[in-house]
Design a protein around this ligand. Sequence first.
Ligand code: MNH
Length: 471
Amino acid sequence: MSSIIEGLSLDQLPHARSRIPILGDIASVDRRRPTQHELELSRTLGPIFERKLLNSRVIVVAGARLAAQACEESSWARCLAGPGEVLREIVPSGLFTARSRDPLWGMAHRILTPGFSQGAMRTYHEAMSGVADDLIADWATAAGGRIDVHASMTAVTLEVIARAAFGKPFGLLGDPPETGTDARWFVQALARILRWASDQTNDLPVVGAVRTRLQAARIRRDITAARGFVDELVRERRASGDTSTSDLLGLMVTATDPETGKPLPDSNISDQLLTFLVAGHETTAALLEASLHYLAADPGLQSGLREQITARGGWDYDAVAGMRGVRNVLNETLRLHPPVPGLFRVARADCMLGDYRIPKGRAVFVLSLAAQRDPEVWGPDAEVFDPERFIANNQRLFPDRWFKPFGSGPRACIGMAFALHEATLLLARLTDSYDLAHVVGVQAREVTPALGLYERGSLRPEPYALLATRR
Ligand code: MNH
C-alpha cells in the first residue's frame, strides 16, 4: 500500500512542450496522423505521457513493459472509447461495441465462438479459396499490371466475409451473383459511414461537431440502408429453410445460447452482421496492404516465400495453415503497422502503472504502434522489418516482447483465426502467381519508418499502386 501513497501523481506526467493554458496541446495535434504523432512524441516524452485538449485528457502508454501491465485483467479492463465509442451510435450492441456487462455481449460471444473454431476455419477454407481464385483472375485483367491495392484488398476481404461467413456472394469479385442483390452501393455506404466515424474520433472538438451536424442526415440514410441490406440477408437465409450452423449467419439464425437457451434477438443479429462486415474487412485489408507493400519492395523475400509455399505441396487447409514463412511476414507487419494502433484500457481499482498512481476508473490508451517497436523488449533493431523474429527459436531471445495486435483479454478479437487464415491464403496465392514490384523502386528497409500511414479507420499505407506480373 505504501507504494501507492509514494507513487507519482498524474499531474507529474510528461507532456508536449508546446502545451498552453486551457487549450492544452492544441499546437501539437496532428489530426491526419494522430497515433503516428504519439509514436513520435514517445521518443522524447518516454514510455508514458499525457495528451490534453480542452477538458479531455488521455494518458498514452507507449512502453512495452507498461503496456503489459495495463493489459493485466486483474487490475485493468477493456474500455469503450475512441472509435469504439463512436461506432456505438451506429451499432449499439454488436460484439465490438456492447459493454461487457450487457447480457447481449455474453450471449453473442457464446453463440458465435464456435464459428471461429479451427473446425469452422476448415469449413470456410473452400469459400476463401474460391475468392482467392477470383482475385488471381482479376489481377490478370489490370491494365499494365497496375493494381490499386486498397480497392482490391477492400473488395477481396468483403467478399471473403460475405461468402465464408454469410454464404452469400456479394459479386465484388468474380461472377455477378445470380440473384439481384448488388452489394456495390452497400459497400459505398459502408465506406461513408466509416469515414464519418473516423473523422469524429480524429477531429478537433468544435470542427468535429460542425462536420457531424452537416453530414448527419446523409449518414442516417446510409445507416438505415445498410441495416436494410443486412436484414435482407437474414430474411433470405430464413426463407431458404437452411438451418445448418456451419457459418456465422447460420449460428445467429438457428443456434441458441447454451447458458440461457435463448436465440439472439433479430435487432442484435443486424448489429452483429454489420459488426462482422466492418470489423472483419477493414483491418484485414489494412494488414494485406501493408504486407504487400513490404513484399513488393523485396524480391528476395518473395522468392524465399515461394520456395516455402511450394514445399507445402498444395493449397488445402493444412498446407496453408502450415505456411510459417507467410505467417511470419504477416506477424512482422502486424508488429510494425498494427491496423488497430492502440487499445483503450480502464483501471478496475486504484493501482500503480509504473511509477504513477492511477485512480479507479481512469482510462489509458495503450499505443501498440509504439509498444511493439520498443527497443527495451524487441532489441536495438526494433524498427527494422524482419519476419525472422517470429521464428520460434528467435522468439526465445526476447521473452518480454509485447505483441498484441488483436487486443487482450476476454474482449480481444474474436476474428483472429479467421483473419490470419484468410490473409495467409491470399498473400501466399498472390506471391505464388505474381511477381510484385513497386511502381517506383522502394527498398523494404526505407519503408519501415516512412510508410506514411493513413489513419482513417484502420492504420494502413497511403493508397498505392503496385505492378503485378503473372509468373
Ligand atoms: Mn478484430 C476486436 C484487431 C480482424 C471481429 N479486433 C478486435 C480488437 C482488435 C482487433 C485490436 C480489440 C479492440 C479493443 O480492445 O478495443 N481484428 C483486428 C485485426 C484484424 C481483425 C488487426 C485483422 C488483421 N476482427 C477481424 C475479423 C473479424 C473481427 C476478420 C470478424 C470476422 N474484432 C472482431 C470483433 C471484435 C474485435 C467482433 C470485438 C470482440 C469483443 O469485444 O468481444
